[in-house]
Ligand binder design. Structure first.
Ligand code: NAD
Length: 503
């Protein structure tokens, strides 16, 4: 038996129950069907139906928001150490079922097992990290004035909505849900319609860990009905959203009437800038990793390579050689580096850029073709001879597709890097420290790495500028979003109160 056969057999064991009952919504600790009936989720590997999924609509969101509202006071007031213990047990539950989570995620989304096995464990890490912050999350400051002892304290904002996309959905969901629960909020989660499997596993694990009913509720469905209703619901105090920039703008509009607080993590078209003085071997590894891992379906991917003229020919030649050798295959094969793209719609979008590149006058230097007939497989692709005004340089393709753009001097690199509506991440490769300081200071991005690929450190702020988002996650920034700051002033003596109407 090969490792692939073994993984397929294990997956079959996990999918049996989903095939039997479908994926139901979980509201107030109970399973329920969707008031819109059901829809089907399919595997991008061979387009086969995985199972039925409850199609939640406004009525289900209302039930879930009510359950979250009713559970809020109990969860908020539970002693911090008890909440902490439950969150640690959630992390342990994720670790215990990480193989099942990874296998289901691969089959549902097409992501390679090589990366999803780590992503499942990252989900557990998110819970552990925020569990450790539970006790001090409500701490505040003491700001003494001549007449008052002023203190600040933080309180959880209330029930919140979490709306997640289909790329690494399990890990991304934990990234929002773990700090929300640690803050003392209750949650209604609306996972992406294209990847419902692991959201179901998460709510099961959380309840088994002792999370009280109604603290985490999961409603499946589509953005235009379930997602919209969540944004509009008056009992939901904030929306943590991860997805496309144009959806982020809808989230803001939909929440306007209820004055919703929104945290938006949106798209990117991130530059990696390689100067000729860099460690080119390491730069090459990082450039390849940051666009071709996770199928390139990654908001932080470096999808624009800005390479200095003097090293361009050699760097691109080495790039082509490596890209041509990347292994495309079944996502459950541990040797696979790129699996199929998530849906037919997304596959059509990504492959349409192969023609766009040629029409715009770029060169398809590697890939640019589909693989097989059964699923949504594409070859990793590299476009060269591109300029920054081309669509392949300006639009988020969100697949294993890299656009290489040459530059000659530092100012030109900066101008190209910033000439884009997005500003999520940037990657700078140079051994000139002063240049790195100068360049990162002027680069429009929420997160920048110098001589490194993206290495997430949970206490650091995560988020973008421009069309890439509003707000930050990570460390205490997460609590700023899920909590309200309160100021309370205590008089320390009999200070003079201005008297009106006293003659
Ligand atoms: P999407 O915006 O289409 O969908 C994301 C979620 O929003 C889904 O659950 C969807 O059902 C829901 N939704 C859609 N319309 C809605 C509406 N009107 N109201 C409420 N909810 C609605 O995004 P996608 O295609 O699933 O994901 C890919 C995108 O996510 C890419 O643009 C990627 O860059 C972005 N992303 C960003 C980050 C980040 O941290 N900045 C991380 C991961 C993904």
């Amino acid at each position: 038996m090969t490792a692939l056969d073994d993984n397929i057999a294990k997956l079959e064991g996990h999918l049996g129950r989903f095939r039997e009952t479908g994926i139901r919504n979980r509201i107030g600790g109970e399973d329920s069907g969707g008031s819109g009936g059901t829809f089907q989720t399919r595997s991008p590997v061979d387009r086969s139906v995985i199972c039925d999924v409850a199609h939640g609509t406004a009525a289900d969101i209302d039930a879930a928001a009510t359950a979250a509202h009713e559970a809020f006071a109990g969860w908020r007031d539970m002693p911090a150490l008890e909440r902490k213990k439950i969150l640690i047990r959630v992390a342990e539950g994720i670790e215990a079922r990480s193989e099942e989570i990874a296998l289901c995620e691969c089959w549902d989304t097409g992501q390679a097992y090589k990366f999803m096995s780590k992503a499942a464990l990252r989900g557990a890490e998110n819970f552990r990290y925020f569990a450790d912050q539970v006790v001090q999350a409500r701490d505040g400051q003491h700001l003494k004035s001549p007449t008052l002892m002023n203190i600040t304290t933080r309180v959880p904002i209330g029930p919140v909505g979490v709306i997640t996309p289909w790329n690494t959905p399990f890990m991304l969901s934990t990234w929002k849900i773990a700090p929300a629960l640690a803050a003392g909020c209750t949650v209604v989660h609306k996972p992406a319609e294209a990847s419902p499997l692991t959201a179901r596993l998460l709510v099961e694990i959380a309840e088994e860990a002792g999370l009280p009913p109604g603290v985490l509720n999961t409603v499946n469905g589509f953005g235009e009905d379930a997602g919209k209703a969540l944004c509009e619901h008056p009992k939901i105090k904030a929306i943590a959203f991860v997805g496309e920039s144009r959806t982020g703008s809808l989230i803001t509009k939909q929440g306007a009437d209820t004055l919703k607080r929104n945290h938006l993590e949106l798209g990117g078209k991130n530059p990696v800038i390689v100067f000729d003085d860099a460690d080119l071997d390491r730069a090459l590894d990082a450039v390849i990793f940051m666009i071709y891992s996770i199928n390139g379906e990654r908001c932080t991917s470096s999808s624009r390579l800005l390479v200095q003229d003097s090293i361009r020919a050699e760097f691109e030649a080495r790039l082509i050689e490596r890209v041509d050798k990347i292994r495309v295959g079944h996502p459950l094969d541990p040797a696979t580096e790129i699996g199929p793209l998530v849906t037919e719609e997304h596959f059509n979008k990504v492959t349409s850029y192969f023609d766009t590149a040629r029409e715009d006058g770029a060169t398809v230097a590697a890939g640019g073709e589909t693989v097989g007939e059964e699923g949504y497989f594409v070859r990793p692709t590299l476009f060269t001879d591109a300029s920054n005004d081309m669509r392949i340089a300006q639009e988020e393709i969100f697949g294993p597709v890299l656009t290489s753009i040459p530059f000659s001097i530092e100012d030109e690199a900066l101008q190209i890097a910033n000439d884009i509506p997005y500003g999520l991440t940037g990657y700078v490769w140079t051994n000139d420290l002063t240049r790195a300081l100068r360049f990162t200071d002027r680069l429009d991005a929420g997160m920048i790495w110098v001589n490194s690929e993206n290495v997430r450190h949970l206490p650091t702020p995560f988020g973008g500028v421009k069309a890439s988002g509003i707000g930050r996650d990570g460390g205490d920034w997460s609590f700023d979003f899920y909590m309200e700051q309160k100021h309370i002033g205590f008089a320390t003596g009999q200070h003079r109160i201005t008297r009106l109407g006293a003659g």
